[in-house]
Design a protein around this ligand. Sequence first.
Ligand SMILES: *[C@@H]1O[C@H](CO)[C@@H](O)[C@H](O)[C@H]1NC(C)=O
Ligand SMILES: *[C@@H]1O[C@H](CO)[C@@H](O)[C@H](O)[C@H]1NC(C)=O
Ligand SMILES: *[C@@H]1O[C@H](CO)[C@@H](O)[C@H](O)[C@H]1NC(C)=O
Ligand SMILES: *[C@@H]1O[C@H](CO)[C@@H](O)[C@H](O)[C@H]1NC(C)=O
Length: 397
Amino acid sequence: MLKFMDFSPLSCFLLLTVLFLDGTTPLQFPQEVTAQLSNHTHSSSPAQAPAPISSPRVPALFIIGDSSVDSGTNNFLGTFARADRPPYGRDFDTHQPTGRFCNGRIPVDYIALQLGLPFVPSFLAQTGSVDDMIRGVNYASAGAGIILSSGSELGQHISLTQQIQQVMDTFQQFIITMGEVAAKNLISNSIFYISIGSNDYIHYYLLNESKVQSLYLPWRFNQFLARAMKLEIQNLYTANVRNVVVMGLAPLGCAPYYLWLYESENGECVEMINDMIVEFNYAMRYMVEELNHKLEGANIVFCDAFEGSMDIMKNSDRYGFNVTSDACCGLGQYKGWILCISSDMACSNASGHIWWDQFHPTGAVNEILADNIWSGLHVNMCYPMNLQEMVAQNAND
Ligand SMILES: *[C@@H]1O[C@H](CO)[C@@H](O)[C@H](O)[C@H]1NC(C)=O
Ligand SMILES: *[C@@H]1O[C@H](CO)[C@@H](O)[C@H](O)[C@H]1NC(C)=O
Ligand SMILES: *[C@@H]1O[C@H](CO)[C@@H](O)[C@H](O)[C@H]1NC(C)=O
Ligand SMILES: *[C@@H]1O[C@H](CO)[C@@H](O)[C@H](O)[C@H]1NC(C)=O
């Protein structure tokens, strides 16, 4: 069977042979063949992404984070933070729930396709064989925060530190299987995408856990989070990681849950929360700048999801969104009171919505953000460069 993951010259040769033998098939190379290929891939393995046509721009994409990029980790955990039931995934390629907290694709799906890679499998969903991991692994777990205990009231999750430990285990396996030099090549040329921090607000700071608000002002709290993130990136660097994308936080104060909780009028965002998010992003961006100076050969970019998202909110008409504050799926004011747990709670068509559920944007928003990360298509939100430039620089090194 021609599987998407082993898109090898041999498979292509076999397919071409089949096409030649079938005398009725007009062969117009290459469009016809690539169309047939992706069609065949779709029908034979519906769980896979559309086939990347070109060869990958980097060896692999590794993902660390929370529900913004979880692709199925929490399906294997005992937690309320799961997205493995409809209506989640209803606009995804497979039209099935996968564990993604979205109606459609999450940002890293778009990024993987831009890089010429398949959708990245979740660490817990693959077999553990190196063949399954050399194009990338997704360690992200919904509910996870930078602080170990953030989100623990939801049940199990894999925290940032635990995810980094899983990354190190994967690297060990690479070294054992392919040898130190090949493993180092793979690791240092791949992209590491980190998207985490929302739960340190949602499930920790804003809940005033352990009296944190009396101990830390938001600014100090953000310094603390940035320092923790810095240590983790340095650990990755020591393990030969060189290319890192650090995602900032989206405007959480505009999420339907907080519009409901703070009884927003006319969908006005909660400024107090957004101010903290702006500070978080500032602290992370500064930290990334410091690391780029300190770590030789490191190529770390910070992408400000707040800037990209605010551009979408302010110019929602231009982007084709006509519902800017209500979630598509949920209950209560702004559909922000109760989380999305059944298809009855969902709007019929999410395409005009910015928000999919209480906390997560729709696939349409994820695509816009991913285009910005890749090339700054709508707004430049990555510093000091976008991902496309980072990949080009990596190829020249
Ligand atoms: C793809 O497959 C569908 C159904 O299997 C078929 O109707 C369609 O014509 C195919 N497209 C191409 C480009 O072969
Ligand atoms: C946070 O909790 C502590 C201890 O219960 C309390 O003294 C403090 O006022 C709370 N802070 C806020 C902003 O609610
Ligand atoms: C948004 O647009 C869709 C499609 O044009 C329409 O059906 C829907 O009623 C609109 N919603 C609002 C709140 O205007
Ligand atoms: C949702 O609405 C958009 C725009 O009105 C339309 O293009 C799209 O086909 C609709 N999707 C579904 C699943 O009905």
